[in-house]
Design a protein around this ligand. Structure first.
Ligand code: E4P
Length: 215
């Protein structure tokens, strides 16, 4: 399973990219608004940092608006992919933009049927939201499993991006469920490194070495 970073913060993206563990970035209007900077400039800077798919989400709600905005955003860099919501208007835009060769990530997926619809309209990626389902007492991981099973059974090539990741266990479970990608917030990336036995091991190795070789 590949890892993307779910962020529009350039410092966070640069740090996690330096670690060599990501191969893409997802943004959404909330993440962009949180940074308060120019949308297109931010996307261009992200594209300079990371060599991989970068999801950019139009804010219009009609297919016409999404198509126009999607075309503009796609011009920023060849790695920009357009993120569209799983609405009827979103799928009309998905069909049109994908027919023009623009890759689409269909987002806000909360059911297997929504994922299936997105694939039929030409989506290259679907993004089921694990954490938001867990928040309402539904099983987000089970949704990822269902979508991955359906795609395998029917040999559907659309990739599954497990999104709305809230903790490191979500990542392990999405990998076991067969997700192609998990898009992970910076804070959760940092938590993935942690294990008390790793810290203790490093401390002990150094102590043992120093006791013999350090004068
Ligand atoms: C996905 O691409 C979204 O940007 C993101 O994962 C949403 O996560 P949230 O539920 O934490 O806002």
């Amino acid at each position: 399973m590949n890892l993307f970073v779910d962020s529009a913060n350039l410092e966070e993206i640069a740090k996690v990219n330096e670690l060599g563990v990501i191969c893409g970035v997802t943004t959404n209007p909330s993440l962009i608004a949180k940074e308060g900077k120019d949308f297109k400039e931010t996307l261009a800077k992200i594209a300079e940092l990371v060599n991989g798919p970068i999801s950019a989400e139009p804010t219009g709600l009609t297919a016409t608006e999404m198509i126009e905005e999607g075309r503009e955003l796609a011009k920023i860099h060849e790695n920009i992919i357009i993120k569209l919501p799983i609405t009827q208007e979103g799928l009309i835009a998905c069909k049109q933009l994908s027919s023009e060769g623009i890759k689409i990530n269909v987002t806000l997926i909360f059911s297997a049927n929504q994922a299936l619809l997105a694939t039929r309209a030409g989506a290259s990626y679907v993004s089921p939201f694990v954490g938001r389902l867990d928040d309402i007492n539904q099983d987000g991981i089970a949704l990822v499993e269902d979508i991955c099973d359906i795609f395998t059974i029917h040999q559907i090539e659309t990739q599954v991006i497990a999104a709305s990741i809230r903790n490191p266990l979500h990542i392990t479970r999405c990998a076991l469920a067969g997700a192609h990608i998990a898009t992970v917030p910076y804070k959760i990336f940092m938590e993935m490194f942690n294990h008390p036995l790793t810290d203790k091991g490093i401390e002990n190795f150094k102590k043992d070495w120093d006791s013999v070789y350090k004068k």
